[in-house]
Design a protein around this ligand. Structure first.
Ligand SMILES: Nc1ncnc2c1ncn2[C@@H]1O[C@H](COP(=O)(O)OP(=O)(O)OP(=O)(O)O)[C@@H](O)[C@H]1O
Ligand SMILES: [Mg+2]
Length: 399
């Protein structure tokens, strides 16, 4: 592993074959600075309108939510699983992870990050490929997580190091498509893959905007949940930005309300259809008990012409937030949001009450069919019952 601390990092936007110079990041005395390149300013493409407006001159990172880094670049940094893999690899090479600045970490992302931003100089790390199948990757993850064996850590880093999110995952090219495949962590229910796939089927039925997803078969257990990446095809990459990065809202602390998500959606997309799309996700999360609905679980995509859209929805599954509440409150209510808050949210989002009620009823009808999606996905009887009871309680108490 070759590594030098970075003082300056060049940022590029690479939607297609040619990379476009965006600007320079610099670090001085642990303070971060960014300056757009004049050629990029001329394009008028605002990659992060709320926290990094398009303007000339040096902009200092005065907000320490992400160690002074601007949210749009923080979105490129792996957290959870990817960060753990890099840190363990560094330790293996006698490098103290604590000595890395956020710019150093961007160099490890290099050209392999999610979305369309790339960073130079790119840190070199190579790994031999030691797996032959998803089952073998799952075994390496168990060895790493449960038995603290770091023999395969560089291989795992190569496969999933630039992804974000807590759960173990890999990024793979399969049959000319780019996939993100998730594996159970040691604390997860054994059928977590099947549960997420059943939620995908349920969300599909509820007419959410979704990436293609499937359950990859596993030798042991119910399968690995895979989702086709919407930020990349073979010839194009799409700039994606999370609500966390857009608003500088740390996803580890419950810091936002769906009101902010809806307002950001209105501001960015200026399209009522996009707002209705986002609203449907909120209703689905409330009615299906998806409470790990933190600020990194909502993203927007911008095309090279500057049009923002709500991204396909991801990480839809049975989950609980802090003390069982939603990570994102619905009009101030995190514990038990219901019809009252959902209708208030519709009002501030300029969604007509009749349209909101239609969405709520459609989603309610889909989540009421949970056992049938669970059966199709191969969810265990105990998980099916647990989730069925949780959904039934939400509907009984709040609708
Ligand atoms: N289909 C997809 N296409 C592109 N990016 C995706 C897709 N699905 C997820 N992502 C990105 O990968 C990240 C991790 O995915 P996901 O949220 O499903 O993982 P997780 O480990 O379960 O997350 P969490 O830490 O929220 O539990 C997301 O925050 C999102 O940025
Ligand atoms: Mg997530």
């Amino acid at each position: 592993m070759k590594f030098d601390h970075a003082k300056v990092v060049h940022v590029y936007y690479k939607p297609l074959e040619d990379k476009i110079f965006v600007g320079r990041l610099a670090i001085n005395n642990r303070k971060i600075f960014f300056e757009y390149d004049a050629s990029f300013l001329e394009k008028g493409l605002n990659l992060s309108p709320f926290k990094l407006p398009l303007k000339s001159g040096v902009i200092a990172g005065n907000d320490y939510t992400f160690d002074g880094l601007f949210g749009v670049f923080n979105d490129s940094l792996p957290d959870g699983w990817g960060r753990l893999l890099l840190d363990r690899t560094l330790i293996k090479h006698n490098i103290n992870p604590g000595s890395l600045s956020v710019l150093d970490r961007l160099c490890f992302v290099g050209s392999n990050g999610m979305g369309a931003l790339i960073y130079e100089p790119e840190a070199e790390h190579t790994a031999s490929i030691t797996h032959e199948s998803l089952d073998q990757i799952a075994e390496q993850i168990v060895d790493f997580q449960e038995y603290d064996k770091d023999q395969y850590v560089e291989d795992l880093l190569n496969l999933g190091g630039s992804s974000s999110g807590a759960r173990p995952k890999v990024l793979m090219h399969i049959d000319n498509e780019h996939w993100l495949i998730k594996f159970p962590s040691h604390v997860d229910l054994k059928d977590i893959g099947a549960i997420e796939y059943a939620y995908h089927l349920m969300a599909q039925d509820a007419d959410l905007y979704l990436p293609k997803s499937k359950l990859f078969p596993a030798r042991k257990g119910s399968g690995f949940f895979g989702t086709k990446r919407f930020d990349i095809t073979d010839d194009a990459r799409v700039h994606m930005h999370t609500i966390s990065g857009l608003l500088h809202a740390d996803h580890r602390n419950p810091s936002i309300d769906y009101e902010m998500i809806m307002k950001a959606t209105m501001h960015l997309t200026k399209d009522i259809k996009e707002c209705e799309k986002q609203y449907r996700v909120c209703v689905f999360n409330v009615l299906s008990h998806n409470r790990d609905d933190h600020s990194k679980n909502f993203s927007f995509l911008i095309d090279p012409n500057g049009t923002w859209r709500v991204s396909p929805s991801y990480d839809l599954t049975f989950s609980s937030g802090p003390s069982g509440e939603h990570c994102s409150m619905v009009m101030g209510e995190g514990k038990n949001p219901g019809i009252k808050q959902l209708l208030e949210l519709a009002t501030i989002s300029n969604i007509k009450k009749t349209d909101a009620l239609t969405i709520i009823n459609e989603v309610k009808s889909s989540v009421s069919k949970w056992p049938s999606f669970a059966k199709d996905a191969g969810v265990s009887t105990s998980s099916t019952k647990l989730i069925d009871a949780a959904i039934a309680k939400i509907i009984k108490d709040n609708l």
